[in-house]
Design a protein around this ligand. Structure first.
Ligand code: ARG
Length: 585
């Protein structure tokens, strides 16, 4: 199905053309004054210059032509030249019935099939997930699901950090602590020798320790540099220890992602890009793009209009080791070979914007992907405490992701402890409600902005919260159950009997708009907005009408059909936000 505004634009554009104006002026948008009209077209304002005519005259010409159409109950030309449009209930109902019959529930499908690779999550081996990893995981998961819902082929890759400087530090510190391990001996033989079991607690603590130590201890720093070279050369022993650590890390990271219903098609790491590095170097050399600077090999990526300095990108360090940028470039070669993507999207916090600018420019310069492939970075803002500073643990440390999840789940459990409505597993309900609150609290913000982490607010039953949305779904569940209606049933919508229903019907008809918008802006907040608008109009409708005791059969059946469709669209939106619902609460 096409977006409703797209269909209206087609009608209004044709009217502009019929009146002798450019059809491109007919763009229709959702009204920002719903009290006046449902939709608006501002094209006459832009047409004024072109046709040397007062905009209101143009608007009047077009409005006069549109007034007779069945789709519109009111079309008005309003000073200085707006065209205000309101739909007839009949047309609105026909749109809802089309949505009801559509297998994609009215979500507009991408016209030409395209492949999108999304690189999100970005965990690191031997470093537990912390609060900084939350946004990448949940925004990425949501964009993945949303793009899939629009018919795109989407490939998700976690892009594990596992091959750079941090692992030199980690492995070097292991050697200091466990010098007797055979993996550190020069004659280590993987066929004969084994690596000891890795203690997860030590593994989680070792990197920050080693990182701090390297700042004060130059000898240790040198040792760790050599270790990363050894790792990248796959030196027996070092490489085997790394493999073991990686296995433990991946398992632990997967557990955290599972709690968030976040999943990936590929669990590739930086190390998997390693085999494409020779090809990368070859291309850069052949194209004459790489040169030596202070012993390192770099590529110039400055651009003509740059307002701030974009320094050359380092491909190889002076000790010939590869770094973060090398892995990203080599991974682009891999993705192009394996997936031929039309777009590759990356999600990290915004401090990495410069890195991605350099990588994208280098990739395009070197022709690693065709010119028309979109390489796009979403740099998101931080999660802060009430003071606007990054959210910390009580003692000022970095908040682990698992602790953060525990915090909201426990708060949700406290809230539900005495609820008589939850008949099933309360722990499971608390998990779903807690995660919904956490995700909605994040996703409802503009991704690029910081937001305050406030579990109390996120778990409120009122306002723009995940909790409110789940609660709305449970209200609908209860009505449908009492009426003996299966959630999957499709019922014809037959009439609109009040303003509240009209408002709800309009919000349902507009649901499809939010999917493209979320993808255009890389911002699931558009879906949150739509879900909230639907839920709050449903609440009003529910409040105004006694659905189950209504005696007028036609009315009641229309209301039940409306409730069914509301549920279906809410669940669809929530699914694209990777939020699971609960049966009752
Ligand atoms: N591991 C990185 C970090 O913790 C994020 C990886 C993001 N993806 C990428 N292709 N660079 O900062």
């Amino acid at each position: 199905m096409k977006k409703l505004t797209f269909r209206l634009t087609e009608i209004v554009s044709a009217a502009f053309e019929k009146c002798g104006y450019d059809p491109a002026l007919g763009t229709v948008t959702v009204s920002d004054r719903m009290d006046l009209c449902q939709f608006q077209c501002n094209g006459a304002l832009s047409g004024a210059k072109l046709y040397r005519k007062a905009p209101i005259m143009i608007a009047k010409d077009v409005a006069a032509l549109l007034s007779s159409r069945d789709e519109f109950s009111r079309v008005e030309a309003v000073n200085p030249g707006f065209i205000n449009i309101t739909l007839t209930d009949g047309f609105l109902l026909s749109v809802l019935n089309e949505i009801k019959d559509d297998e994609n529930a009215g979500v507009p499908q991408c016209e030409k099939p395209e492949t999108l690779v999304i690189d999100y999550g970005g965990p690191n081996v031997a470093k537990p997930l912390h609060i900084g990893h939350l946004r990448s995981a949940i925004i990425g998961e949501s964009l993945k699901r949303t793009a899939r819902a629009t018919g795109r082929k989407v490939i998700s890759d976690v892009h594990f950090g596992d091959w750079g400087t941090p692992y030199g530090l980690t492995l070097a510190e292991y050697k200091v602590r466990h010098p007797d391990w055979t993996c550190f001996k020069d004659d280590f033989d993987p066929a004969r020798d084994t690596v000891p079991e890795i203690d997860e607690a030590e593994m989680n603590e070792i990197y920050p320790f080693a990182s701090a130590k390297s700042k004060e201890d130059p000898e240790f720093k040198t040792a760790s540099r050599q270790t990363v070279v050894d790792l990248q050369n796959r030196k027996p022993g070092i490489f085997d220890l790394w493999k073991k650590i990686k296995d433990v890390s991946v398992e632990s990271v997967k557990r955290s992602y599972e709690r968030l219903s976040v999943d990936f098609d590929y669990w590739y790491g930086e190390s998997d890009s390693d085999c494409y590095t020779p090809e990368l170097l070859d291309i850069l050399n052949k194209k004459g793009l790489m040169y030596e600077s202070d012993g390192a090999m770099v590529v110039d990526v400055s651009g003509e209009g740059d307002k701030t300095d974009v320094p050359p990108i380092i491909i190889k360090k002076s000790d010939n080791s590869s770094i973060y940028a090398t892995f990203d470039l080599a991974t682009i070669i891999q993705r192009e070979k394996d997936f031929k993507p039309d777009r590759i999207w990356y999600l990290t916090d915004k401090r990495q914007s410069l890195h991605f600018l350099q990588v994208f420019r280098c990739a395009k310069k070197a022709g690693l992907v065709p010119e028309n492939v979109e390489l796009r970075h979403l740099g998101f803002g931080a999660i802060t405490g009430p003071d606007g500073k990054p959210y910390k643990t009580r003692d000022g440390g970095v908040m682990q992701l698992s602790t953060l999840i525990d915090t909201v789940e426990e708060a949700a459990f406290e809230k539900l402890r005495d609820s008589e409505y939850i008949t099933g597993d309360k722990k499971d309900a608390a998990h779903r409600i807690g995660i919904a609150a956490l995700k909605f609290g994040d996703l409802s913000n503009q991704p690029t902005k910081d937001y305050v982490f406030d579990p109390e607010k996120f778990l409120s039953f009122d306002g723009k919260t995940g909790t409110y949305l789940l609660y709305t779904v449970t209200r609908i569940n209860s009505i449908l159950k009492k009426a003996g209606i299966d959630y999957g049933e499709k019922r014809e919508l037959t009439g609109i009997f009040s303003d509240g229903e009209r408002e709800l019907a309009l919000q349902l008809a507009l649901c499809g708009e939010s999917f493209e918008k979320a993808l255009e802006d890389m911002a699931p907040s558009a879906l949150c907005e739509s879900a909230y608008n639907i839920a709050s109009s449903f609440s009003k409708f529910y409040h105004d009408n006694r659905i189950l005791t209504e005696e007028n059969h036609a009315k009641q059946s229309g209301w039940l059909a409306l409730s069914l469709l509301t549920r279906r669209l809410l669940v669809k939106l929530l699914d694209c936000l990777a939020i699971e619902t609960v049966e009752n609460m």
